[in-house]
Structures are given as structure tokens and as C-alpha cells.
Write a protein that binds this ligand. Structure first.
Ligand SMILES: NC(=O)c1ccc[n+]([C@@H]2O[C@H](COP(=O)([O-])OP(=O)(O)OC[C@H]3O[C@@H](n4cnc5c(N)ncnc54)[C@H](OP(=O)(O)O)[C@@H]3O)[C@@H](O)[C@H]2O)c1
Length: 333
């Protein structure tokens, strides 16, 4: 089958379109014929080698973390799906590889695709949808009537997180540049701050939850918009000791992770707020909940651009520019 593989780590390295062996279907696996994939900054960071310490993929390997397609074979112990089901997923770490014609995934990481979405739309959802869910529902425990600050409302995570937070009944503040103000308002944002012109710290006060996705300076300012007891969940670092446990890190990496977030945790403690780092994980059950929200119309996909399979490198380069409005998708079938 055809796949875009990382042959060598490096910022300037391009993925190479190669013929590789078809994946082997294990007892609990489904084999999916991929119709569409989506690009995430994680793909580019992994290719650059920035994640080598926490996700040590051995080259050559196929990249890609979002998929929508059709099940063409199931393992002997699969109970939730059958051949012909249209599904979508964020495959688990170490089982990635959606920039390809086929992928196998454990059935627990997969969900039925929302019936009202095309394959391209469905592929745009899993990674960012699960990130928003795990940040706002699981860690943030965001409730009706609470106030949440979601940075970068026009990005992949932001566009989904705003809609999810509104569905949960929260008041949503977000940052974006002037050109995207109307757009994030149309997604439901109540308070929109132009990050190039205004300082969100001067405007937002007593927030219950912050979803942090930007740099350290933004993270530190965000600690101060929370009310005492409020929660900040960061998806852009620094990784915390809980993450070390999640990935079963060795003792050395655990110490490094503890050290990296020590300053932030200390500042959060002084302000009486709760800091945690989130590295999203594959989760078919949560994705099934997301399917329901999409089918009910509560959440809509937002796609900036669709690239043909041959232009996978161009799709990654487009995302790397940091200006995407929603998601970038790759059409494979
Ligand atoms: N830990 C995890 O599990 C996890 C999961 C998903 C993502 N992430 C990380 O979270 C970050 C965001 O991911 P993403 O996929 O949402 O990125 P993205 O879609 O590439 O973000 C692009 C958007 O960011 C906006 N933006 C850029 N600089 C901004 C700033 N200073 N303030 C506010 N908005 C700004 C841009 O809006 P304008 O054009 O208007 O500037 C653009 O719409 C990335 O670092 C990604 O790696 C982590």
C-alpha cells in the first residue's frame, strides 16, 4: 500500500511517498480503508524530532493521527464493529500512520463516524475533538454557568472547544486576530479578544477554566485570570509529573518532567489555582459521545482546506504556518 513515511527526523525532511507492506490485523483490531486523514501540529513536531524523548518512533514510520474510512476486515475478538462500518479515530500512540491507504487500530480507539458528515469532515474531528473533551469535560469538569477562556479560538482545537463549551452551558472567552473575530463569534464565543491589539489579562477576571495552547508568557498571564480554585489545562506544555505516569516514563524522564513544570506549578500554587498538562490520548468511547453531539447538530466541523494525498507535505507545511482556520484535511480515496 502507499504511505507517507518519515525516513529521517528533521525540520527540513519531507515525508516520502513509499510502497510499504499492508498492516497485520490482530485479534482486537479493525482494518480500515482510509478515505481521509487530517493534519495536526503533532505530525510536524514528531517529524522534526521534537517528541523523540516522549514518543521514540523508530524510522522509517508512517505519520498521521486522524482518520475516517471504512472497515474492510476485523480481528477474531472484535465485538463492536463489523465489515462495512464507516468509522473515524485518533489511533493510539505507536499505532499512528493515517497518511496511508490502510491502517489497523484497536477497536477501543475507534468510533462510528457521524452519519451527517462526509469522510473529509469526519477526519477533521478526532484529535482536536478528543483534546477539547479531555481538557474541558474530563480535566476541567466545566459546568453550566461557568466561565472558560479558550485561547486561539480560530484554530483546530479552538473551533471545536468553543462549540463544546457552549454546549456545556459555559460563557466562552477567546483570543484571535481581527480577521477571525466574526468567525469565532459565529461558533458561539461570547467575549472575543484581538490578541494583537488587546491584553486578555486586562479584560478577563475570575475564570473557572482556561484551555492554554500558546507560549509560556500566555500561560503565566492565564494563571492570573483564574479565580482561586480555578483550573488551567495546558496542551502546549510544560509537561507535568502526571504525564510522566501516563506515558510510563523511566525515572530519569520523570525527573526531567517534574523539573520542566516546577516553576509553573509553584506559581499556580501561590495563586491558589490548579495547573495540569494534557497530552490527549486515543479514546473510542469519548469519540462516540462526540459522534452524538455532532449528529445532534451541537458541534459542526470546521475545515480550512482539503489537499489531495500526493500533496501531504504541502498540507503539513500549510498547518506549520500557524494560520489555519479550523482543520486541514487530506483526501486519500
Ligand atoms: N497536548 C495535546 O494533546 C495537544 C492536542 C492538540 C493540539 N495541541 C497543541 O495545541 C496547539 C494548538 O493546536 P491547534 O491544532 O489548534 O493549532 P492550529 O489549528 O494550527 O492553530 C492555528 C490558529 O492559531 C491562531 N493563533 C496563532 N497565534 C495565536 C495567538 N498568539 N493567540 C491566539 N490565537 C493564535 C491562528 O489564528 P490567527 O490566524 O487569527 O492568528 C490560527 O487560527 C499546538 O501547539 C498543538 O501542538 C496539543
Amino acid at each position: 500500500m502507499k504511505a507517507f513515511i518519515v525516513k529521517r527526523y528533521g525540520k527540513k525532511e519531507k515525508l516520502q511517498l513509499t510502497d510499504i507492506a499492508e498492516p497485520v490485523v490482530k485479534e482486537n483490531d479493525v482494518l480500515v480503508k482510509i478515505h481521509s486523514a487530517a493534519v495536526n501540529l503533532l505530525d510536524s513536531k514528531i517529524r522534526n524530532g521534537e517528541f523523540k524523548m516522549i514518543l521514540p518512533y523508530k524510522t522509517p514510520f508512517t505519520l498521521g493521527h486522524d482518520v475516517a474510512g471504512v472497515i474492510i476486515k476485523i480481528g477474531s475478538d472484535v465485538s463492536k464493529f463489523k465489515v462495512g462500518d464507516e468509522v473515524y479515530a485518533r489511533p493510539a500512540d505507536y499505532r499512528i500512520g493515517t497518511f496511508a491507504e490502510l491502517i489497523t487500530m484497536n477497536e477501543n480507539d475507534v468510533a462510528l463516524k457521524p452519519k451527517n458528515l462526509s469522510m473529509e469532515e469526519a477526519a477533521s474531528i478526532p484529535l482536536v475533538g478528543l483534546t477539547a473533551w479531555q481538557a474541558l469535560v474530563e480535566k476541567g469538569e466545566l459546568k453550566k454557568g461557568q466561565k472558560v477562556f479558550i485561547q486561539a479560538g480560530s484554530g483546530g482545537v479552538g473551533t471545536f472547544a468553543i462549540q463544546l463549551a457552549k454546549h456545556l452551558g459555559a460563557t466562552v472567552a477567546t483570543t484571535t486576530s481581527a480577521a477571525n473575530i466574526d468567525f469565532v463569534q459565529s461558533l458561539g464565543a461570547d467575549i472575543v479578544i484581538d490578541y494583537r491589539k488587546d491584553d486578555f489579562e486586562m479584560i478577563l477576571k475570575d475564570y473557572d477554566v482556561v484551555l492554554n495552547s500558546q507560549d509560556t508568557k500566555t500561560l503565566e498571564k492565564s494563571l492570573r485570570v483564574l479565580k482561586p480554585g480555578g483550573k488551567i489545562i495546558s496542551i502546549s506544555g510544560p509537561p507535568d509529573p502526571g504525564f510522566g505516569q501516563q506515558i510510563n516514563a523511566n525515572w530519569f524522564l520523570k525527573i526531567v518532567l517534574k523539573f520542566l513544570s516546577a516553576g509553573t506549578r509553584k506559581k499556580a500554587k501561590r495563586l491558589g489555582v490548579n495547573f495540569s498538562f494534557l497530552f490527549m490520548r486515543a479514546q473510542g468511547e469519548q469519540l462516540s459521545q462526540i459522534t452524538k453531539l455532532i449528529e445532534s447538530g451541537a458541534i459542526k466541523p470546521v475545515i480550512d482546506k482539503v489537499f489531495p494525498f500526493e500533496q501531504t507535505n504541502e498540507a503539513i507545511a500549510y498547518v506549520e504556518m500557524g494560520r489555519a482556520k479550523g482543520k486541514v484535511v487530506i483526501k486519500i480515496q
